[in-house]
Write a protein that binds this ligand. Structure first.
Ligand code: ZN
Length: 228
């Protein structure tokens, strides 16, 4: 049975890092919407190429496009063991479509992890976030390195990361994802992880809650089948 996880959480909560770690440890496909779009564009996928043309004109990628690309990716054989999705669904329309894709896959429950961090802590983290001046990679927020681990470039503070900009980004995130969180919140497979801890503690809590949610999801499906 597949281990299917979606990661929710504001910028600065560390969800991308945790998503990557969890996928690596469990041999799952990690899918972030940016990566999946780039991959589809490389494969000359028509829908993705149209989306890229739109993005080049400054447009956002619409729900239908995102759903088509994610569906195509999740139904491939290398996603059979499960996946960790980062950055999708962003809207309730996408969340409903994901439920349909999950039925089509028929391979384990959908586990929803919300990584929560208090706003003051997010502002503090984002305002001190450093990126590589050469390749743009994010520096380890807990590390003391002065050069990029990937290319050796100099690490600099992100220029858009002053508190006002950070607060505005957090507001935009909350407005956009609040309905999606409400869409999932009452499910037995929804779990909240405290992201305001050291990364290894977040990892431990997240792993425990995912196991717990997976068991709840299996029980839910079994009881639904009995009542049919
Ligand atoms: Zn670099």
């Amino acid at each position: 049975m597949g281990l299917n996880v979606i990661m929710m959480g504001p910028p600065g909560a560390g969800k991308g890092t945790q998503a990557g770690r969890f996928a690596r440890e469990r041999g799952l496909l990690k899918i972030s919407t940016g990566d999946i779009l780039r991959e589809a564009i490389k494969e000359q996928n028509e829908v993705a190429l149209a989306a890229k043309a739109g993005m080049d004109r400054g447009e956002l990628v619409d729900d239908a496009t995102m759903i088509t690309i994610v569906r195509d990716r999740l139904l491939r054989p290398d996603a059979a063991a499960g996946f960790v999705l980062d950055g999708f669904p962003r809207t309730v329309v996408q969340a409903r479509a994901l439920d349909e894709i999950m039925e089509e896959r028929d391979n384990g429950p959908l586990i929803v992890i919300d990584v929560v961090v208090p706003e003051e802590e997010l502002v503090r983290r984002l305002a001190s976030r450093r990126i590589c001046s050469k390749c743009g990679a994010n520096a380890d927020p807990f590390g003391a390195a002065v050069t990029c681990g990937k290319c050796g470039g100099e690490l600099v503070q992100r220029t858009d990361d002053n508190s006002d900009v950070v607060l505005e980004r957090l507001k935009v995130y909350q407005r956009a994802t609040h309905p999606v969180l409400e869409f999932y919140r009452e499910r037995p497979t929804f779990r909240v992880v405290n992201g305001a801890q050291a990364p290894e503690r977040v990892a431990h809590e997240m792993d425990t809650l995912i196991e717990d949610a997976a068991a709840a999801g299996v029980a839910m499906k079994a009881s639904a089948e009995r009542s049919v």
